[in-house]
Design a protein around this ligand. Structure first.
Ligand code: ADP
Length: 509
């Protein structure tokens, strides 16, 4: 076997290998600089020899870190050490080198003298790829996160998410990790009434390998429901669904507008229907007193024209005229109510304030109403427990009493009606109680609405305006009106009026 000269072998290897081989004294001076080093740095070996390697080859910003590593290697006498850093060449170009170093002694025959032997591999290309990859990943993530929707990817069988963009957290409030970790996260967070049909739809479309889009609600972390539009692509492999990719867009705002529009549309339809009903009821109502009125007046005229007028008892004439007058006041009230409603809805209800004694006012109204009370054969009892005097609109307060009394006579089933006036904590209280048909609980709010009625027009004539007008007048006086009632057990209406009002001018204006 021929003997091989180690030095020549090493020289031969050094010439062909792209690996950098360097030997450095423990002070950091270069004592061996391989052709690989020459090539990578652009320095010839003669230029490099004896120079401190960090001065020659390391860019200034990395010198401190590199020296610290080198000193540790020497101090700890390490036999194996890895370090990555930049090598700055003669022309200023930079390379990324992965170094492997070791402290070796006796390279020059003196066993006490130590050197650092290092090999370096140029990883610049890989580093650049890594950097490109990282920046493209960052760009990708940025892009995904800038889309105003949740970009996602999920397993096509389990629907478990592999990826969701950070918008997921912004839109629904759950951290991204929960989307990824929790099994069944998607289905579990769909708004329960939408859940089955949404999951079924997605399942069927996935099985059929069909891209699909659908809308459903999810429950956000704060408990709110969020409307989403989900646009899904099915990625198949060997004819089977493998991955789902999609984007969920928050359409809550659009849905809200749609709902509002729908609501307005329904309201408009209702208003039109209500107006039509109202017109037919109003014309019927207005006609009702006209027929008896005409009858009474013709009867009176007939009597006057007859030759035997002198024989007609005064009482008879009076009775006919009273009936006519009652019908006339009913007609007047109806027309007044209609005018009031139009005033209220157009904001033209004006109040004229003066000092009013409520108890006297009620007594007067009851007296004036006596013909109607007599005609309906109802016992009306009035009791003043106090005499509150307030600053109110006399005519409007009268209107409240008239409307409540008319209702008590109409719905009171012929049984007694009790009216009282009280005073409580600076407020005047008017109570009208009957023992009639009463009002079911669920209707009690509605009866104060415009046209709101708890009875059919076949049972009881009426336009459903009286209580609406009362509640508007009471509100304008900063008071309150409420009803207590049970079906079949009568009704009590309580009106509370503050005697003195705040910002009276404002309300009066
Ligand atoms: P109207 O009597 O013309 O229908 P209102 O606005 O005065 O209009 O009353 C609204 C509805 O409230 C009535 O249709 C009736 O259903 C109910 N209501 C009012 N007062 C009474 C009452 N004293 N007893 C029972 N129901 C009443």
């Amino acid at each position: 076997m021929p003997r091989i000269d180690d030095r020549r072998l090493i020289a031969a290897i050094e010439r062909i290998t792209p690996v950098l081989i360097i030997v450095i004294s423990t002070e950091g001076r270069i004592v061996h600089f391989s052709p690989g080093c020459e090539q990578a740095s652009g320095y010839r070996a003669e230029e490099a020899m004896g120079r401190l390697f960090w001065e020659l080859l390391v860019p200034p910003e990395e010198v401190a870190a590199m020296r610290a590593e080198f000193e540790r290697l020497v101090a700890e006498n390490l036999e194996k050490h890895e370090y990555e850093g930049t090598l700055q060449g003669k022309d200023g170009s930079r390379k990324w080198i992965v170094w492997h170093g070791a402290v070796v002694s006796g390279l020059n025959g003196d066993s006490s003298e130590r050197f650092v032997v290092g090999t370096g591999i140029d990883r610049t290309a890989r580093k650049e790829i890594e950097r490109d990859l990282r920046s493209s990943r960052e760009r990708y993530a940025e892009l995904m996160n800038s889309v105003d929707g949740i970009v996602w990817e999920a397993d096509a069988t389990s629907f478990c998410f592999h990826y969701v963009s950070s918008q997921a957290e912004r839109i629904l409030g759950y951290p991204v990790e929960r989307w990824l970790r929790e099994p069944n996260f998607w289905a579990n967070h769909i708004y329960p009434p939408d859940r089955d049909k949404t999951v079924d739809y997605c399942l069927n479309a996935t099985r059929a390998l069909k891209s699909h889009q659908f809308e459903y609600r999810m429950v956000a972390a704060n408990g709110r429901t969020i409307w989403l539009r989900d646009l899904v692509t099915v990625v198949a492999k060997d004819g089977k669904p493998e991955v789902l990719r999609g984007i969920m867009i928050d359409i809550s705002e659009r849905k809200k507008l749609e709902e509002e529009r729908q609501h307005l549309l329904e309201e408009a339809h209702e208003a039109v229907a209500l107006r039509n009903d109202f017109l037919s009821i109003a014309s019927h109502e207005l006609r009702t007193p006209i027929t008896p009125l005409r009858l009474q007046i013709s009867a009176i005229l007939r009597l006057i024209r007859s030759e035997s007028l002198a024989e007609v008892p005064r009482e008879h004439l009076l009775r006919l005229s009273e009936i006519a007058e009652r019908q006339l006041s009913r007609l007047t009230r109806l027309v007044d109510n209609l005018l009031d409603v139009s005033r209220i809805t157009s904001g033209r209800l004006k109040l004229a304030y003066e000092e009013v004694d409520l108890a006297s006012l009620v007594r007067e109204v009851v007296e004036r109403f006596q013909p109607e009370i007599d005609a309906s054969q109802v016992r009306v009892e009035f009791h003043a427990n106090a005499h509150p005097v307030g600053c109110w609109d006399h005519l409007r307060i009268e209107q409240i009493v008239v409307n409540l009394l008319t209702n008590a006579l109409k719905y009171g089933a012929g049984r007694p009606v009790h009216i009282t006036v009280d005073e409580q904590e600076g407020q005047a209280l008017l109570t009208v109680t009957d023992e009639g048909i009463g009002i079911p609980m669920e209707q009690q709010k509605k009866i104060f609405d415009r046209f709101g009625r708890a009875v059919s027009s076949r049972q009881f004539a009426g336009m459903g305006l009286g209580l609406f007008i009362i509640s508007q007048i009471v509100q304008a006086h900063q008071g309150k009106v409420e009803v207590k009632s049970e079906p079949g057990k009568g009704a009590t209406f309580i009106v509370k009026l503050p005697k003195a009002m705040e910002n009276r001018e404002m309300v009066a204006a």
